[in-house]
Design a protein around this ligand. Structure first.
Ligand code: ATP
Length: 304
């Protein structure tokens, strides 16, 4: 089966800025594929090239088997897009936002109205059908944007930070909806800064930085390959640092804690040794996460 998206040496520059620096990736049919990376990594720019909003500078890109430069209209007909910004039409109600959006897809009025009502139900906004969008909470607006992206029954959904700024309940609802769309056969590409979200939802993901893809894989693979299995964290002090150096246990300083990466089978032993010999103020042992991978690969320094 052909891949849904294929990018080869894809590049985008804005004047002297290299936003996307020769990336290669493929998105397979039916998967949830994630783009992770610090601010300015090039995620949105990549999504804009996929959604035919911004032309590439060089390289190859095929979306649903077509080139965004030669077949943008055909691709857009089969895409659903959730942009990073909340760009609903303030002059319309929830229903109106969905109904009038259908015009871009030449959906007959009756079918469009039916679809709008179905989608309001799908994102649990039926009671808000006739409410103006400026009366909605942030979570409701994001759900309505998701519904709008589904108006044309797309094969491929592109979501740029779909749960940005939402409370845990609203995020969980969006996750549930994305999973159910995947179960219906949709392919989903999303960016997120929430690493727990990426770990839960994405079948495969890439971590980008400075326009390049640093790593690609399933969340489990990436954790196994780049973060070890268990993390022992101890409160930092000069004595503890001296003790770890003495014990020849490698560690990394992360704020007020020291991190020791340990394989699962030796983590307990390492933790016991550190506790007995170094007597740290606080110590926790926890499984390694995607966040550990992310920080290891992209560093702890602030971006932008
Ligand atoms: P964020 O997590 O903040 O959304 P991102 O990974 O989506 O970041 P992009 O928005 O793709 O990053 O930006 C990548 C780089 O390209 C940044 O250096 C950004 O300043 C630059 N850039 C993006 N859009 C433009 C533009 N229209 N004109 C000039 N530079 C741009």
């Amino acid at each position: 089966m052909p891949d849904i998206i294929e990018a080869g040496d894809l590049k985008k520059t804005y004047g002297p800025t290299i936003a996307v620096d020769g990336i290669c990736f493929t998105v397979r049919k039916g998967e949830i594929f994630g783009f992770l990376g610090p601010n300015g990594a090039g995620k949105t720019t990549t999504m804009k090239m996929i959604t035919c909003v911004s032309p590439r500078t060089s390289g190859t890109l095929r979306v649903l088997g077509m080139d965004p430069e030669t077949n943008p209209a055909e691709i857009k007909q089969r895409l659903g897009v959730v942009p990073q910004e909340t760009n609903l039409d303030p002059d319309f109600t929830c229903f109106g936002n969905l109904f009038y959006y259908s015009r871009y897809f030449d959906i007959p009025k009756e079918a469009a109205a039916k679809r709008a009502d179905e989608l309001l139900e799908f994102v649990q906004l039926k009671e808000k059908r006739d409410v103006a969008v400026d009366k909605l909470s942030g979570g409701m607006k994001r759900r309505l944007i998701l519904a709008r992206a589904l108006v044309n029954n797309p094969d491929l959904l592109i979501l740029d930070e779909p749960t940005i700024g939402l409370d845990p309940q609203a995020r969980h609802l969006i996750w549930e909806k994305l999973r159910s769309l995947q179960a219906q056969g949709n392919t989903i590409v999303m960016s997120t800064h929430y690493l727990d979200e990426a770990a839960r939802l994405c079948d495969r993901l890439v971590i980008m930085d400075n326009g390049k893809i640093l790593v690609e894989g399933t969340p489990e693979e990436l954790v196994r390959q780049h973060a070890g299995h268990e993390i022992v964290e101890v409160e930092t002090s000069d004595d503890v640092i001296a003790c770890l150096v003495d014990l020849k246990i490698p560690f990394e300083k992360t704020g007020d804690m020291l991190q020791i990466v340990a394989p699962t089978d030796t983590a307990r032993e390492v933790a016991r040794t550190v506790l007995d010999r170094c007597r740290p103020g606080r110590m926790i042992t926890r499984p390694a996460t995607l966040e550990d991978v992310f920080l290891k690969l992209t560093g702890r320094g602030l971006r932008e």
